[in-house]
Ligand binder design. Structure first.
Ligand SMILES: Nc1ncnc2c1ncn2[C@@H]1O[C@H](COP(=O)(O)OP(=O)(O)O)[C@@H](O)[C@H]1O
Ligand SMILES: [Mg+2]
Length: 810
């Protein structure tokens, strides 16, 4: 059963020796099995075994070589009779030295004089020269060689076949010891791996912060695998299986940073493409990756429900060894748990994101609610615009822009006109008043209630806004386009935008701003312009969305306010018209009554006048004469009052003909010549013949002028100058009659009311002269105005259309 490929000189043992051998053999084997069953470390067991072998074989030494992890060398694991320093150090490649040869050939070997054998390699440090002969046997596990056992003899040893059998049997025994020790080590390692995995998974499930989690996994994995470092890459979109835009990356181990930067992505790509772990190292030279000499790495895809979500990679096993299959298995186990934890964390992040969005939306809604209650608090357009702009610029419950302007469209003129601006105009102002004002109020409604909102503190911004006026023409750029296209614009770089003219840019003084249309029932009412001049915060899509919602609310409010204002004007007009109507009705009734009264009074008055004149002729007594004069003058006055009233009331039908107005004026002056002289009034007249003939009712026009002349005379009780001028107003087709005096002048109160019927400042006045005059002039298609003269007194100017023939008509 034991083959001898080389000739070994065999000595035939005698039967005594046989017995001894059997006894020795039994003793030795039972000792080895005792050692095997003891609970000491493998290293210790091996040492005891070589001792037992030396003793049992009654020789002078023994040594035990084991094959290392790489499978390419044998090293001295235990020895007796050799220098102990060599243990763990002495090593031969497979095939070299006696040990290497036996391990490779897997056959026993007996050498009575090993020093003369060509396979022998002399290593002086071991102290092997003390021995003369040796016997060796491979420690086999099936076809696998685990190591070599040597028995060493200080005297020349004639090795028998039973010696060889004993060494071989011992080797088999030792194989069992090593196997069970390895098994135990495997079990222990599995246990410790399980422990590590448990620890990692505990840690992984206890954190939901993704980046924290990644660094935890990287660190634990590196430590568990005794690696120098570990990196984790997550795919941004697992669907695309692309690492290009990896959002999450974590690295543990500063020493492998460069290595990971160089080959990490390629490795990850290999793992993603193959959807399975990749192990590279010194024993797998097939990869082109520039791994440093002696280095190794494992990349394992992180799979979640069959989907690759990332890759975990460990680098360089500590102690210069390469990663092996069991490391790969271990990392795969970790990767499975890690994938779940990462996915959970990502999910949690997404949920948090959603929750945040929902919260933001809720806040926006509550802001909108606040704003809409503020908007509905007034129907006054001016106040409303201010509320709108304040909402846009206010922090807290508002939209929080730095500045805002409101422009309204004028449909009739097709223009866009700046109406109002809110916000600081420069840094200085931004620093003080505004922040202080906004800081004081957290709530828009409260601000409105306190009335602070309507304090004029934005004079400069208002002026800036009002300076904007442009036709609604696409050529005018972004503001006009906002109206015409009914859509918002977010201008990020005004200087590069063809839509923003230099003028607007200079006026606003910013390079980024936004404009949103105010649309109500498909009609664009105007534009809100906002910017963040001072904070320089970019205007986001979210800002724009919110601004648009806000704008549509504001539009409705503005529309309501405009309708309301229009309604108010309309109501006021109707009310005035109604008053006028009532008044004219009253006047009509009054007129009828007056006409009747006047008629009733006039006849007796004529009788009184007639009889008094006849009486005056008969009376000689001076006193009586004086009384009669008084009666006469009072009668004349009464007649005057009645005439005035009748004239004012009756709609005198105009009897127009081509007349000479200058002649009428001359007549009147002649009529009043004596009275003027008495009152010491000088007349200055300048009558232009070019005004004649004129199409007028001369009797009425006479009355009009008389009224003015008498007023002038009454204003100059202590004398003065009466000026009368007639002339043509050049280029107007009108003639003018000007009557001026140097009298008491017109008080502001009289200025307002002098044309109202019955307004008089005189004791014996009727207050009907001027109303009658105006009616006559108006009936002639003319106007009358009063003015103050610089030198004192009043001047009345009548303007009449210059007409010479009756206009054609029915
Ligand atoms: N030439 C004038 N100078 C100053 N006040 C005048 C003049 N003409 C009219 N007024 C003012 O206008 C009022 C109304 O004038 P009028 O209608 O003629 O009524 P009356 O002469 O009866 O007062 C006068 O009472 C007077 O106060
Ligand atoms: Mg008068």
């Amino acid at each position: 059963m034991v083959k001898f490929p080389f000739f070994v000189k065999m000595h035939c043992p005698d039967s005594d020796a046989m017995k001894t051998t059997e006894k020795t053999e039994l003793q030795l084997l039972s000792e080895i099995s005792r050692i095997s069953n003891s609970s000491i470390e493998l290293q210790e067991k091996l040492q005891r075994i070589v001792e037992a072998v030396t003793r049992g074989m009654e020789k002078d030494g023994a040594s035990l070589f084991l094959i290392d992890r790489s499978g390419r060398n044998v090293y001295l694991a235990a020895a007796i009779g050799l220098n102990q320093e060599s243990v763990g150090k002495l090593s031969f490649p497979l095939g070299q030295g006696i040990a290497g040869w036996v391990a490779e050939q897997k056959v026993p070997l007996a050498l009575e004089d090993p020093f003369s054998d060509p396979r022998f390699q002399y290593v002086p440090e071991t102290g092997i020269e003390r021995f003369k002969s040796l016997a060796a046997a491979p420690i086999l596990d099936g076809e696998n060689c685990l190591g070599v056992i040597f028995v060493l003899s200080a005297a020349v040893w004639h090795i028998t076949s039973s010696d060889i059998t004993l060494v071989t049997t011992t080797a088999n025994q030792i194989s069992g010891v090593i196997r069970s020790a390895q098994l135990l080590r495997n079990v222990q390692q599995r246990l410790s791996e399980l422990g590590t995995i448990h620890e990692i998974s505990m840690a992984m499930t206890s954190t939901l912060d993704l980046s924290q989690l990644l660094s935890l996994i990287a660190k634990n994995s590196a430590q568990a695998l005794h690696a120098e470092g570990c990196s984790i890459r997550l795919l941004k979109l697992p669907e695309t299986q692309s690492l290009e835009t990896a959002p999450a990356y974590s690295l543990y181990g500063e020493g492998v940073k460069d290595l990971d930067a160089r080959i990490g992505e390629s490795l990850a790509d290999m793992a993603i493409q193959g959807r399975q772990p990749v192990l590279i190292g010194s024993s797998s030279p097939q990869t082109q990756l520039p791994l440093p000499a002696g280095g190794s790495a494992i990349s394992v895809p992180l799979l979640f429900h069959e989907r690759v979500i990332g890759v975990i990679t460990v680098y360089n096993k500590q102690g210069g060894q390469s990663f092996a299959e069991d490391d790969l298995q271990f990392l795969s186990t970790i990767a499975g748990g890690a994938a779940t934890a990462v996915e959970n964390a990502a999910m949690y992040e997404r949920m948090q994101d959603l929750a945040l969005k929902a919260e933001t939306r809720a806040r926006e809604l509550s802001m909108l609610f606040d704003i809409s209650s503020a908007l509905s608090s007034t129907l006054n357009l001016d106040r409303l615009l201010r509320i709108i702009l304040t909402s846009v610029t206010m922090g807290g419950t508002g939209l929080g822009f730095n500045r805002a302007m409101l422009l309204l469209t004028n449909e009739r003129s097709n223009f866009l006109q700046g109406m109002m601006g809110v916000g600081p105009i420069n840094w200085d102002e931004a620093g003080k008043a505004w922040s202080e004002a906004t800081g004081k109020h957290t709530n828009l409604m409260e601000w409105i209630r306190t009335g602070d909102l309507f304090e004029r503190r934005d004079v400069a911004m208002n002026a800036l806004a009002r300076g904007i006026r442009m036709p609604l023409d696409p050529k005018e750029g972004v503001l006009a386009l906002t109206v015409l296209e009914k859509r918002p614009y977010n201008i990020i770089d005004a200087s590069a935008s063809p839509l923003v003219g230099r003028k607007l840019r200079e006026l606003l003084g910013v390079n980024s701003f936004a404009a949103v249309p105010l649309i109500a029932k498909d009609r664009v009412l105007g534009v809100i312009v906002v910017d963040n001049m001072f904070t320089q915060r970019p205007i986001t899509d979210r800002d724009m969305r919110f601004l648009a919602t806000f704008a549509s609310q504001s539009s409705l409010a503005i529309e309501n306010a405009i309708i309301h204002t229009n309604l108010e004007t309309l109501t006021r007009d109707i009310r005035t018209m109604h008053k006028q109507l009532v008044h004219s009705e009253k006047m009509a009734a009054l007129g009828t009554m007056m006409a009747e009264i006047a008629h009733e009074i006039r006849n007796p008055l004529v009788s009184i006048g007639g009889f008094t004149r006849r009486l005056a002729k008969k009376v000689r007594n001076e006193d009586t004469k004086r009384y009669i004069d008084i009666i006469m003058s009072e009668v004349t006055r009464l007649e005057g009052i009645i005439n005035d009233n009748l004239q004012y009331i009756k709609e005198a039908p105009a009897q127009r003909g081509e007349e000479d107005l200058n002649a009428a004026v001359e007549d009147i002056l002649t009529l009043y010549a004596e009275e003027l002289l008495q009152k010491n009034i000088r007349v200055e007249k300048s009558l232009d013949a070019a005004i004649s003939p004129l199409l007028i009712d001369v009797a009425q026009m006479r009355q009009a002028i008389i009224n003015l002349v008498t007023n002038a005379m009454e204003a100059m009780e202590s004398g003065g100058v009466l000026t009368i001028r007639t002339y043509r107003i050049p280029g107007s087709g009108q003639v003018a009659v000007e009557i001026g005096d140097t009298g008491v002048g017109v008080t502001p109160q009289a200025m307002e009311s002098m044309f109202n019927p019955y307004y008089t400042t005189k004791q014996r006045g009727t207050g009907l002269g001027l109303p009658i005059t105006r009616r006559i002039i108006t009936a002639h298609g003319g106007t009358i105005e009063v003015g103050r003269r610089d030198e004192g007194g009043a001047v009345f100017t009548i303007k009449l259309p210059y007409m010479t023939r009756k206009p054609a008509g029915p």
